[in-house]
Every structure is written in C-alpha cells, then in structure tokens.
Design a binder for this molecule. Structure first.
Ligand code: ZN
Length: 505
C-alpha cells in the first residue's frame, strides 16, 4: 500500500512538473517572433555586411553584432583570452595566393593574368628555362609521336575546362610542365583571365598551411599569341598542325618561367555565448549556425539572407528565449552553448576548428542542433509550406530521433521531411554542414534545413524572399527540442556509434 502510494505520488509529481515545464516552454517560445527575427536578419543580410566574406570586414561586423547581442543578453563569454574572457574563438586560416609569376617568350615577359594564367600551387624557386614541344590536342595519339620526357608541352583545347585530361597525360608521359592554349584569340583569353584572377586571388582557405611542394607542377593557360611566340611560328600553323595531327612539323622551342605562391593568413572567429545550467551544468547542449557567407561577386553583394542569416537569427532568438526563462528561475538544467561559426562556406572550417579545440569537453557535449537555411520554401513544398527537412536525427541516437519527433508533435506540428536523411541521397547533406564535425565525434546531431532554391549562393538570396512565419515556426522547433534536451533527466543514448575518424566527407 505504502509503496503504491509513493509511486502514485511520484507519478503525480513528475506529471505535474512535466506539465509545468511544458507550459514554461510554450511561454518562452512566444518570445520568438517574426518581428524580432526580421530585425536581426535585416542587419545580418544588409548590404553593409558585404556578404559576410570569411575573414573580411563584413564578417567582422557580423561577429561584432552577434557578440554584442550575447553580451546584452548577459550570456557568458566562454573563451579564455589572456586574463580576459571573450565571446570570440579566433580561427586562423591560410590560403595560397599567386605571387610573382611570369613567362619569358623570346625577349618578352608575360606577367600573370595578362596573356598567361598560372593555375597550381607550386613555386619554381629560381627562374627556369625549358625546352617545349607542341603536343596538339594532348591525346594519346599526339603524345605517341613525341618524346616529352622532362620537357614542357603546349596543348590546344576547345574549352578551358578540358585542360585536366591532357595535363594528366602529359605528366604520365614525363613532361615537366603543361601549357594550355584555351582560346582561339587573345582578346577572349584576356577576358577569361580577368574572371579567373578574382577567383585565384581569393585563394582557398584552409586550417592547415598549404603544402607548396606537391608533385603536380600545375598548368599555365596561355593566349594563342604566346604559344606562337614560344614556338616561333605563326598561330595558323599551330592550328593546322593540331587539326592534321602532324606535330613534328612544329619545331621545339624554349622559354623561361617563374612561379611563386604566397601564403596569406586570414584571422576569423567563431562567436560563442554560454548559458550555465543548474544541476546538470557539466553537460552541454550546442546550438550552431554559420554566420559567414561568400562575400561579393565584383560589385554584387551575396547577402546570404537564407544562407545562413536565417539560422544565425534563429540562434540569437533562441538564446533570448532561454535568457528570459532563466531570469524567471526557469533556466535549463544542462548548460547551453550558442555558437555561430565561421568558415562554413570554405569547408566547415570554424566548426572543425571548434571540435579540434573545444572550449567544453566533447565527452560532455550531448547534442548539436545545427541550423543552415530555414527561411525559405522549396519547390516541392510550394503548396504545403509548413515543413522542414531534418537530417541526421537518427544516425547516432534512436532516442534523439524519437525526442525530436515527439517535440514536433507536441508543439510545432510541422511536416518533418527526411528526404535528405537518406544515406543514398546524392546531395550527402549529412556531411555538408557544421553538424558533421560533431557527428564524426559521435555527438548526436539534428540538422534543420529548408532545401535548395534558385537563389542559393546568388546575390538574389535576399531578405524579401524570406518566409518569416516559417522561419519563426522552425526556430521554435529547434528551441523546443533544445529545451527538452537541456531539461530531461537522461541525455540521449548513442546506440549507433560510428567508428572514429570518418574523415572529411
Ligand atoms: Zn550555409
């Protein structure tokens, strides 16, 4: 009798407290509004932020905006920086950018990006002089006529994108360098060169210093007049020899070249705001979104309103809701880290840096809820826009998936679309945003995503196209999921751990 009474009492009590916390969760969810999301996104996606290019001024401004928000909310700055604490976790990035690179043909010196373009990551050291053969289209038959060992080769292609196969074949035959004639006239080539210049000078950012001593020397793209100059023939004769395949008609030439790559260092930062939990404060719930984007194309700004201004605004709003709850004595039992990360667009660099240099132990990190693009409606859901794609919820923890489903059933009632969660889906979304860096450490994750749209990575990804009602609903779903995960007795069980070191997708 006694025993039963105690159980009844416990049931009644936990039932009551559960109902209470449910009510509380709903109360603070009401602080997540379309207007407030709009206010935040209108700043993040404004032209003033210049597309939030990683390491550039606009990204720094966005970081300042986010950390200021965290500070005003009273979140803790969790990163030790000397004797101070900071909201910023510095992330050092590197890229290789072209240095002093040129070709000397005859007496004339051609500098990079005029009539020549170097595409590769080698440095030649001193100026080199080499013999060069004309290898036509660079086919097997062409190479069969020639002994290219330790010589450079000139190859003509129809289309600049077709450079790789002849280059690989040239290297296989022992050639030391490939020169690609990619256009029929110089003017077209120069135009192309200017496009390429912007791309190459941006460099490709990475967490590691680029390796300059690779075995591939790279390729020079050259204008047709430069090829004629090097081989000391008329352009038309090259064209004829290529078409007829009688390459021996063209005598070998010589030229000098120099290539140099410089390492550019870029400092960026993850922005972290921390809320300490109560009785389970050693355990951590992480909520992430990337706040950087792809900057500008010339004068056109890629505002990145959906990607990922939407997710960043959501994180800020969720933080606000939890702060209000805590102020009323309804703070979470587990601690929560609100983290907007950098370098996502460059290869998930900020989150990779965090999980390699965690501020809080990964063993105590119970989940990462990651948001990237939740403000739009894709073609598939035009008629029924109350949806969100979920990816990864069941990959490591069946329980997490069940919690997520239950939360949605209870509070938000969205259609949870698992299309992209299919392991065989060609888009491989599970590996393509920041949650992956947590998942590969066997931390269960859920990824929230609206699917792709025509404005993806375009200057047209602007705030006027955001469906704020859906942005709000999806933000609430993440918030409620975080609430339950931060307050329930047990953390979600990892019943399907993956073997470690799965690599970077
Ligand atoms: Zn994104």
């Amino acid at each position: 009798m006694k025993k039963i009474m105690i159980i009844a009492f416990v049931l009644a009590f936990t039932g009551l407290s559960y109902a209470q916390t449910e009510q509380d969760a709903v109360k603070y969810a009401e602080t997540i509004t379309e207007d407030e999301l709009y206010d935040k996104l209108s700043i993040l996606a404004s032209d003033a932020m210049e597309g939030r290019e990683t390491g550039e001024r606009g990204q720094k401004m966005a970081a300042a905006f986010i950390s200021d928000h965290f500070q005003r909310l009273g979140l803790k700055a969790p990163v030790k920086s000397g004797t101070e604490n900071s909201y910023y976790q510095p992330v050092f990035l590197y890229s290789a950018v072209p240095g002093d690179t040129y070709i000397i043909a005859g007496e004339e010196k051609h500098k990079n990006f005029d009539k020549i373009i170097y595409y590769g990551s080698s440095s030649s050291g001193a100026v080199k002089e080499t013999e060069v053969l004309f290898a036509g289209k660079g086919s097997e038959q062409d190479f069969a006529q020639l002994d290219v060992k330790d010589k450079a080769v000139i190859v003509m292609v129809d289309n600049p994108r077709a450079w790789k196969a002849p280059h690989d074949l040239a290297l296989e035959k022992g050639a030391s360098l490939t020169l690609i004639v990619s256009h029929k006239d110089d003017a077209k080539f120069t135009e192309y060169g200017q496009l390429f210049k912007g791309f190459l000078e941006g460099g490709r950012l990475s967490l590691e210093k680029p390796d300059m001593g690779g075995s591939d020397p790279g390729v020079f793209f050259i204008a047709p007049s430069v090829a004629a100059q090097i081989l000391d023939v008329k352009k038309q004769r090259l064209q004829d020899a290529m078409e007829k395949g009688n390459l021996k008609k063209i005598k070998k030439g010589t030229f000098k070249y120099h290539m140099e790559q410089k390492i550019k260092e870029v400092e960026s930062e993850n922005v972290l705001g921390y809320m300490e939990g109560s009785d389970l404060k050693d355990e951590l719930v992480v909520i992430t979104a990337h706040y950087d984007h792809i900057g500008k194309n010339g004068e056109q700004i890629n505002n990145g309103a959906d990607d990922d201004g939407s997710g960043t605004s959501a994180v800020l709003e969720i933080a606000e809701a939890f702060v209000q709850a805590k102020a009323d004595g309804k703070g979470p039992r587990r601690s929560i880290l609100f983290m907007t990360v950098t370098g996502e667009e460059k290869g998930l660099l900020g989150s990779a840096y965090y999980t390699s240099n965690p501020i809080f132990p990964l063993e105590k990190t119970v989940v990462d809820l990651n948001i990237d693009m939740i403000g739009r409606i894709d073609h598939k859901h035009k008629e029924n826009p109350e949806y969100v794609y979920l990816v990864g919820s069941d990959r490591l923890s069946t329980e997490l998936h069940e919690i997520s489903e239950k939360v949605n059933e209870t509070y938000t009632k969205l259609e949870l679309d698992y299309t992209y969660n299919d392991e065989d889906h060609p888009d491989r979304i599970y590996y393509r945003s920041d949650h992956w860096n947590f998942a590969k450490n066997n931390i269960p994750i859920i990824f929230y995503f609206n699917g792709v749209h025509d404005d993806y990575h375009q200057p047209t990804d602007t705030i006027d196209k955001i469906a704020f009602d859906m942005l709000m609903e999806r933000t609430k779903l993440v918030y409620h999921t975080a609430w339950v995960l931060a307050n329930r007795d047990q953390k979600p069980v990892v019943d399907k751990p993956q073997s470690q070191n799965l690599g970077n997708n």
